[in-house]
Design a protein around this ligand. Structure first.
Ligand code: ADP
Ligand code: MG
Length: 559
């Protein structure tokens, strides 16, 4: 029998992949099951247009069989199978995907459910197997063929026996070495858990023969082993279900099952997008701050599925930093079963999804702000700081996205208000949105600088977090009203008489003020009669853009 060589590029690619692309060996099973699922999909699509072909769901399944004695693991499917040419073209040339070709040929027939298109998944089998044997019978063909390869040195193809249409992929599992264990890939429980982890939501049943033990008939003390065929995957993921079928508890269970957090979710967002980009997502806003949230260890990201198959645990590109607290998953039919993070980063579909998700999260938060204020305040206490950082970073590029989500304590209501609420009740003549900075609400209450503004009947926002004023500097103005610190030089409200008065006093006490300034040299720039004090004898005020509070923070920062 003639042994054919892989094409040169294929050889190199194979080596490279086995050694580097896949970091976890266990994903070979995910790849082979995805291929099996694709193969069944192909019959399904054919049946849509071919009236001689009936797709009876019960006849289509994937079966995983482990044989410890012979050290083989078989992945069997009842899919479309491969002809001799298919075996040559699709398994003999790495990075040539038969599924991609199928998709472009069948565009009109909605072939986008098929996962594969990258053309390397199959070869991941060589991470765990010395020999890979493929026995396949194509739909409409009388002969079956056997393809066999021991890895980079090539493959053989010969006629073979197979009764039914479909494909058996038989892996001869490697022997354990000192560093690596392969035995686990023959263990039922291990295989089951890998399937659960990556392929739980494959639309066709994935079956396994599971061994159990039961009392022997007619005996209380004796037990016998029995083998039972079980379906391992649950097939219908919660995110594909209708929202109206699901309860809060279902979402909570999912949150816990997925180990998104030890707390309960404060809010869930279930998205089923059907527009320019098709995806489903279940997102959660946690009740509590994750213990490592404000540390370097915290990793943002969402689980990413391509058509029901988990391809990444934490896809960071799906979440902007300002929403890094969001947990959850995204499943998209528009994504390919890609293998590298680098490639995903440039994926146009992924970018669209990320953008879409960010605006959905924002809308949900705004709805919560409107309708469930208490809950929103709880959220804001935990993650408001992150939103403010979001406004400050990237030179304010995200301010439109985030400014409506902010809450500040205010002098008038003694509670948290939004900027919109503040502006909507400003007296007509009020020019600015006033704010005061300080360590605490109590401290700000006592600030002499607030007196004049308060006397005017204007509301003051209290900035008690160091990030507050920095974020506001990025927003600059809200609904055409600029922000103004109560300690800035010009408040824009001094009455004319006090203006004259202050000018006269400055003239009168010129020498005294000059002397005071001299004594305080290096600490203050000048000493002046104030236009704004009421009950307090003296206050500090800033002249430039940087307020006294900001200066304090800037001075405290390491250079
Ligand atoms: P991809 O799935 O990204 O196309 P793979 O390397 O996983 O790449 O598979 C290569 C090709 O081999 C597939 O596109 C498909 O045409 C064919 N193939 C693999 N496994 C099967 C199978 N179980 N049944 C039918 N065809 C298969
Ligand atoms: Mg594949």
């Amino acid at each position: 029998m003639e042994k054919k060589q892989f094409q040169a590029e294929s050889k190199r690619l194979l080596e490279m992949m086995i050694n580097s692309i896949y970091t976890q060996k266990e994903i070979f099973l995910r790849e082979l099951i995805s291929n099996a699922s694709d193969a069944i999909d192909k019959i399904y699509y054919k049946a849509l247009t071919d009236e001689n072909l009936v797709f009876d769901k019960d006849n289509y399944y994937i079966k995983v069989v482990a044989d410890k004695v012979n050290r083989t693991l078989t992945i069997r499917d009842t899919g479309i199978g491969m002809t001799k040419e298919d075996l040559e073209n699709h398994l003999g040339v790495i990075a040539k995907s038969g599924s991609l070709a199928f998709k472009s040929e069948n565009e009109a027939k909605d072939g986008h459910n098929i996962i594969g298109q990258f053309g390397v998944g199959f070869y991941s089998a060589f991470m765990v197997a010395d020999v890979v044997t493929v026995i396949s019978k194509a739909l409409g063909s009388d002969t079956a063929y056997k393809w066999e390869s021991t890895g980079a040195d090539g493959y053989t193809i010969e006629p073979a026996e197979k009764d039914s249409v479909g494909t058996d992929i038989i892996l001869k599992i490697k022997e354990n070495t000192e560093e690596e264990s392969y035995d686990e890939f023959l263990e039922q429980y291990r295989l089951k858990s890998i399937i659960k982890k990556y392929s739980d939501f494959i639309r066709y049943p994935i079956k396994m023969d599971v061994t159990g033990s039961r009392p022997k008939e007619g005996s209380d003390s004796e037990f016998e082993d029995y083998v039972e065929e079980q379906r391992v995957n649950s097939m219908v993921p919660i995110w594909r279900k209708n929202k109206s079928e699901l309860t809060d508890e279902d979402y909570e269970n999912f949150y816990q099952e997925k180990h998104y957090g030890f707390d309960k979710p404060l809010k869930h967002i279930h998205i089923s997008a059907d527009g320019a980009v098709v995806y489903q997502a279940i997102l959660f806003i946690p009740e509590n701050i994750p213990f490592d949230y404000y540390s370097k260890e915290y990793e943002k990201g969402l689980e990413l599925y391509a058509n029901g198959v988990l391809i990444m645990n934490k896809c960071a590109d799906l979440l902007p930093d300002y929403f890094s607290f969001v947990k959850g998953m995204v499943d998209s039919e528009s994504l390919s079963l890609n293998i590298s993070r680098e490639m995903l980063q440039h994926d146009r579909q992924l970018k669209l999804i990320a953008k879409n998700i960010a605006s959905k999260i924002k809308n949900q938060l705004q709805t919560m702000q409107k309708n469930e204020r208490e809950k929103y305040e709880q959220f804001f206490k935990s993650f408001g700081r992150q939103l403010k950082f979001g406004i400050y970073s990237d030179f304010g590029a995200n301010k439109d996205m985030l400014q409506d989500l902010l809450l500040f304590y205010t002098s008038k209501e003694k509670k948290l208000v939004t900027l919109d609420e503040y502006v909507s009740r400003m007296p007509e003549e009020q020019k600015y949105i006033y704010y005061a900075t300080g360590e605490s609400i109590e401290r700000i209450d006592k600030l002499p600088q607030t007196e004049l503004v308060a006397e005017k009947g204007y509301e003051i926002l209290y900035f008690t977090e160091d990030i507050d004023e920095f974020a506001i500097k990025m927003i600059q103005s809200y609904k055409e009203k600029e922000f103004k610190s109560v300690s800035s030089g010009d408040l824009g409200i001094e009455a004319d008489d006090s203006q004259n008065n202050a000018d006269a006093q400055n003239e009168e006490n010129k020498e005294l003020f000059a002397y005071m300034a001299e004594q305080l040299a290096g600490k203050v720039k000048s000493v002046k009669a104030s236009k704004r004090l009421r009950s307090h004898p003296v206050c500090l005020s800033a002249e430039g853009e940087v307020t006294i509070e900001m200066e304090k923070i800037l001075n405290a920062m390491p250079n």
